[in-house]
Design a protein around this ligand. Sequence first.
Ligand SMILES: Cc1cc2nc3c(=O)[nH]c(=O)nc-3n(C[C@H](O)[C@H](O)[C@H](O)COP(=O)(O)OP(=O)(O)OC[C@H]3O[C@@H](n4cnc5c(N)ncnc54)[C@H](O)[C@@H]3O)c2cc1C
Length: 517
Amino acid sequence: MQPAIHPKHTTIDLLVVGGGINGAGIARDAVGRGLSVMLVEKDDLAAHTSQWSSKLIHGGLRYLENYEFRLVGEALAEREVLLRVAPHLIRPLQFVLPHEPHLRPKWMLRAGLFLYDRLGGWSGQKQSLPKSFATSLLPGRAANAAPGTRWGAGLKPQFSDGFVYSDAQVNDARLVVENAKDARARGADVRVGVRLAGASRFPAPNGGRSLWQATLENSATGALDQVQVRAIVNASGPWVKSLLSSIDTPPTKETVKHVKGSHIIVPRVHDAPHAYILQNRDGRIVFVIPYFERFSLIGTTDVAVTDFDAPQISDDETQYLLNLVNTYLAKSLTRTDIVATYAGVRPLYDDGDENPSAITRDYTLKLDDHDGGAPLLNIYGGKITTYRKLAEHAIEKLLPFFPHAKKASWTDTPLQAGETQATLNALVDTLVTRGISNRYAHRLVNRYGLAADGIARDVASLGEIFDDTFSEAEIAYLRDHEWSRSADSMLQRRTKTNLLASPASLVRIRQLVTQAL
Ligand SMILES: Cc1cc2nc3c(=O)[nH]c(=O)nc-3n(C[C@H](O)[C@H](O)[C@H](O)COP(=O)(O)OP(=O)(O)OC[C@H]3O[C@@H](n4cnc5c(N)ncnc54)[C@H](O)[C@@H]3O)c2cc1C
């Protein structure tokens, strides 16, 4: 499970620190270019920011107001690529923006959406999602929609018109795991529960550029290990700056701003398949996103923080989100409607803006090869949406140190070979012919993609099945193939079973997890 493919005394090309989306994406890209790669994650894959996003693959309509045209263009082009890279995890989603004349005028929204429809295509990436349009939100008057569509479903009737545009929704934590799995399949040594405890440069035995001596610590046992590496990528997200205190390298002037964002999960506020983007008087926007069959995901906030280890939603943030959605929703929400909450911390590159909502969401890569020594690449900022391009740019920075690495970018290929919407649909049908319920077959394929084929060879091999949402066979799969070592990892990060299964099922599942680990 944890292959020691790099014996102690060989020198590894690249040590990637951090098993969030950026670290996993860089490890996958690098190993596919022919580099030997080790990825270390101190907790669990996607244990931090990468599991607490708004779960959108989007250009970021709002960023246009901050003139972030480079970021929005790249993200929109990536949206199209990622729909092909991970079709079981990323799905198109339409957004309705109710018009509020006193907030943003119609001409401004039209102009913004005109740009949004086109920026992704300007890079040459053909766009397949429907373009934006204006519509009535009143029943029976929906534009560009099948009969019965209610673009204003669940809203107060006073919100009578608005705009519809396209973006996509992602299973963020699973996107990280799928990148790590593909990196491992291509030969990367992925070590989960292993922390980079320190690193220093030392002269290469045969002269030339120095190497890194890195100290790795097993997070559970405290056991230490030493590895020699040619380059380090610091993709530790919120820890990007603090990690530098354990790496022997001159201080950097770069700083990171930690900005917390929180979400609430409530029972579905409307039965239509679209999401809402709601404007607030403070200039911010909040999304109301369909989440699995039964829930709506509402967020997010922007709060500058200094403590980022275990972020929690505050009372003020909860009230802020409730106040805003209640301005729009026909049926008001209260705190008792909240099923779950979560908070994550954005590690943003500090561009000097004091307003947490206005700090750039773009990424910055800083290469440190002090005095011609072994390179250290520090990753600041980034979005889930742009992780693949960030990884390509990271590798470009490192290519001069690795003449043998393949120059051509390659990661626009599916994370699972052969995966398309058609092959996924066919697999659902196959699972149903094996006697698995239609609902659970969909669940398995949406979760594991084509790998669901091997998990569900027949009904008997699944063991106990819970609420058509999780089965005993998944526990072994998650343990043996996805580095999952705790109930939290299996039921919260990898599968969301904690939201989807009944309380009685969860008690039994937890017993089975304890027995299996
Ligand atoms: C509220 C919120 C909403 C967002 N919504 C969206 C969205 O809808 N769409 C979008 O595209 N982006 C969104 N983002 C941004 C996106 O989530 C982040 O940019 C991205 O997840 C950052 O990933 P990362 O890999 O840099 O960091 P992380 O996911 O935090 O990963 C860093 C990892 O490094 C590990 N680590 C740290 N130190 C060490 C060490 N010494 N040794 C080993 N491992 C170490 C940590 O344990 C951690 O797992 C959102 C962010 C937030 C907070």
